[in-house]
Ligand binder design. Structure first.
Ligand code: BG6
Length: 516
């Protein structure tokens, strides 16, 4: 069942309860011959099929420029799934069931005839498989094609919703490269689609621990009362990768670490950490609260940018005892490149809960370790009773939410060291997802694809959220562009980033958490 526009949060419904099979539908992957299809989308759909979460009336249509028959596409995917499945092995019965539902249409994204062929294929599938005219499109193409594809889909009637049918579009990142381009793209999409048909995907929201943030905060009574400026000193969010740009130098040169990670993935983490309790778990109720946080993030004034942000680029270094190359020598990267591969910043949220509590963010490629985490640093106790441990030496509490790779939550607190003297030491209470639940590896796309099929946009970005994110970092982009870096490369591959990032913290009398 499709939702009428403008439903209030109280009236929001999913098409299916979680755990039910999704609604009958056809998924069209635009850009199906690219990497995302074989690495993530098909393995994710296969996992959903294994869990009986796809409708029996389901089909996938690959839509791409490469000329290929449906049969050839199936043969190719049968090879790819062996390499990219997250399961130990591919179940032949499930795969065969899935394979019968895979089709391919070739054509260029700007050729109207290609959309006519696509339409004819979809109508045939509706007749043969009973997919009921429900379609969703996954735009796995370069962002420069988004506008053209949407216009063509609109012109050919492929996104028009009639009677009980629904039509949705999933848009991959990057969603624009600055505030203006994000606005233009939103306008282009909305000329053809209603906002509730648009699913702007951020794969961070597919991660279990990111979703668990809401349960942790709002499903437990003990944390929320201390989750504010009265008890929290500051928050540190780290998204460090040990890999370099691999073979994506071409894309990365026009993006850099700031654009690639901060207004999207890291802002998701900030908004879920800082938002007020929503009044329901409906898509708009949750997203309204996230949007309020993004709107309350203080854009950094141009004269403050150099003081409150740090950029870096990796030079040659070592990782796990092996030589690691400099960014400027990577494939597709200019020898004099000034692209940032590291970005850090201090942000302030202007609201009652968070006034004066800095949020420090850092992200980078080729860092010492792959780790994404949120560290909530609590204030010190106001007064210390224990003679042998002066207040400055007393560790304050910290909650660390580990997003990846070792998902879990740890609480650090002080405890008496055994012995006749009253000494205080630091101990941890640690919950690990893998130990407790025995995690089954997934691609991280399963939940998002399933939610789209069920009409639940909670874990997707709304236009206003995307624009609010760009609005915060636009002054940084402007100043960084006007004043090109003079000291790149400024951190060795395999390190924790440039010295300036430590100085950013030191100016506030703080330091980055040492992650072992
Ligand atoms: C992508 C970025 O969105 O996220 C990549 O474009 C980055 O550069 C990736 O490597 C990180 O995702 P994850 O899930 O590995 O943290």
């Amino acid at each position: 069942m499709n939702q009428p526009a403008g439903l209030s949060h109280l009236g929001e419904v999913r098409d299916a309860a979680i755990g039910d099979r999704a609604a009958p539908c056809v998924m069209v992957i635009c850009g199906a011959s690219g990497d995302l299809t074989k690495r993530k989308l098909i393995p994710a759909l296969y996992n959903l099929a294994t869990e009986h979460l796809l409708a029996k009336e389901f089909a996938v249509v690959g839509f791409s420029r490469t000329p290929m028959s449906s049969e050839a596409f199936r043969t190719q995917l049968s090879k790819d799934i062996e390499e990219f499945t997250t399961s130990k092995s591919v179940d032949p019965a499930v795969w065969e069931w899935f394979l019968q539902r895979i089709y391919y249409v070739s054509g260029s994204v700007d050729d109207p005839a290609a959309y006519e062929r696509l339409k004819a294929t979809m109508l045939e599938i509706d007749c043969d498989l009973g997919t009921k005219g429900n379609y969703f499109y996954y735009l796995a193409v370069a962002p420069s094609h988004f506008g053209a594809i949407i216009r063509r889909l609109g012109a050919s009637g492929l996104v028009r919703e009639e009677a009980e049918q629904w039509r949705r579009v999933i848009v991959e990142k990057p969603f624009g490269h600055d505030l203006e381009s994000a606005r233009v793209l939103n306008r282009e999409l909305k000329e053809v689609l209603d906002e509730r048909q648009i699913y702007r995907i951020d794969h961070y929201l597919g991660k279990e621990t990111v979703q668990n943030l809401m349960v942790f905060r709002f499903g437990n009574a003990v944390f929320e009362p201390v989750w504010n400026r009265q008890y929290i000193d500051h928050v540190q969010i780290t998204a460090a990768e040990s890999v370099g740009v691999e073979r994506r130098g071409g894309y990365y040169e026009s993006s850099g670490a700031l654009r690639d990670m901060i207004p999207n993935h890291l802002f998701q983490l900030i908004s879920l950490t800082a938002m007020e309790p929503p009044i329901s778990f409906g898509a708009d109720a949750v997203r309204d609260e996230q949007a309020k946080v993004l709107n309350a993030l203080q854009p950094i004034a141009p004269e403050e940018v150099l003081n409150r942000t740090v950029r870096g680029q990796y030079g040659e270094g070592q990782w796990r005892g092996e030589r690691a190359p400099a960014y400027r020598t990577e494939f597709g990267v200019a020898p004099e490149s000034r692209t940032d591969t590291y970005a850090a910043m201090k942000l302030i949220i202007d609201n009652w809960r968070w006034a004066d509590v800095p949020f420090y963010l850092r992200t980078g490629k080729r860092m010492a370790k792959r780790v994404t985490e949120i560290a909530i640093q609590f204030r010190r106790v106001p007064f210390v009773l224990f003679r042998n441990t002066p207040v400055e030496r007393l560790q304050s509490n910290r909650i660390v939410i580990r997003i990846q790779p070792d998902e879990g939550i740890a609480l650090h607190f002080g405890a008496k060291i055994p012995g006749p003297v009253m000494n205080v030491g630091k101990v941890d209470m640690d919950f690990s997802y893998a130990d407790h639940f025995g995690v089954t590896p997934t691609t991280g796309y399963e939940r998002l694809l399933y939610d789209c099929m069920c009409g639940d946009a909670t874990l997707f970005q709304r236009a206003d959220m995307v624009e609010a994110g760009w609005n915060v970092i636009q002054p940084v982009l402007d100043v960084w562009q006007a004043l090109p870096p003079r000291n790149f490369p400024n951190y060795p591959a395999g390190s924790w980033g440039p010295r300036e990032a430590d100085e950013l913290m030191a100016r506030d009398g703080r330091e980055w958490r040492k992650i072992e």
